[in-house]
Design a protein around this ligand. Sequence first.
Ligand code: CMC
Length: 429
Amino acid sequence: MSSETITITDNRTGATYELPVQYSTIRAGDLRKIKVTPDEFGMMTYDPGYDNTASCKSRITFIDGDKGILEYRGYPIEQLAEKSSFLEVAYLLIYGELPTKAQLATWEFEVMHHTFLHENMTDLFRAFRYDAHPMGMLISALAFMSTLHKEAGQVEDAAVRQKQVFRLLGKLPTVAAFAYRTRIGRPFNYPRSELGYAENFLYMLDYMQQSNYQVNPVLAKALDVLFILHADHEQNASTSVMRSIGSAHADPYSAMAGAAAALFGPRHGGANEAVIKMLTEIADAKQVPTYVERVKKGEFRLMGFGHRVYKNYDPRAKIIKKIAYDVFGVTGTNPLIDVAVALEEVALNDEYFIARKLYPNVDFYSGIIYQAMRFPPDMFTVLFTLGRAPGWLAQWLEMITDPEQKIARPRQVYLGHDTRDYVPMEMRG
Ligand code: CMC
């Protein structure tokens, strides 16, 4: 065997095992050779939350959490945020290379010409109660779409997969806008495919028959950059769900409904909504030290802080903080920014946060921008979903076409009862 191996000695038996190492990784299946008796199952790893387990080989997104680096297909997020557009980044994530001018034009045309929803979906939105959370509506709409596009289940057919990519990217902003309009009791605006991606979305949200209506270009640009920043983040909870459901060869609408449900959680994409609740509760920068003390006592977590991977400033948070001031130039400032800046300053200088390497993450400032743009807090995670969709699709396509992938099926360490006999009701305590 080459020197790229690791030798493990089992102190229970004295046996040694030489296992191959590739990419600083051993194959978990190789551990199964390690046993005390021949009839036992063999060694596994125990890894709640998959903290240190690679479930796939990927060529899409690179993160160095200690250095605060994020790259899509090798391109630094800072350069993409400054120079690219969301649809170009979506193309990059999905196909692996930046498009030529002609490729980009075709791609934009295809996505923007898959924006209309089946009219039956308008009935779906009408079925929700007036106060339904838009994420609940979006998750339901994705599942509904799987009933409309039945061929989507042919996941081994590349042309069918491609069609669903256009549909999902094209229709999601319409779904999000319809959810919003339902929420505020206004009529739906149908998509306008000649507009830009973020521009069309803002139009569908806001248009009320005004003459000379125009989407503010600064706000459309800010939203486009925010979508870029959210576009992929390798094997996070929602992406793992997308891959996991996809590994069972469910159609991508069903897989994305699951991914969106994971994103909804306050420890994931729901954090931006939670940050606004927190900053509103603190209300005044003077209250920050008291609030931080309560966090340190373990009463609750500081939302928008900490990350499973980043143990440094989240590079997306730095870019977002800058965009906030561009948006305030149009909307006027959001008073919560002062509370956020004070909170960040106190936390970054506090031993509790330093020792645990807790820094602001992408959600810390995004909610403040969305609020300044007059999005209600329950729309924030919907915006995250629109941004993350190309990442989910890129990861799903990579998984489906990877010959090494199998149905996702983790093991467990069983600590329950040994076999026992059924106890009739009259004999139970
Ligand atoms: N506030 C206070 N303490 C924290 C926080 C926080 N936000 N995050 C982690 N800790 C502490 C935690 O209590 C633990 O302390 P101790 O070692 O004393 O028990 C230590 O830091 C490690 O925490 P962990 O839960 O083991 O870390 P994790 O990697 O499992 O959790 C996280 C990552 C994002 C779930 C967590 O940091 C968190 O709950 N943050 C707040 C929610 C949030 O902002 N989420 C958005 C993440 S970025 C966007 C996205 O991915 O969707």
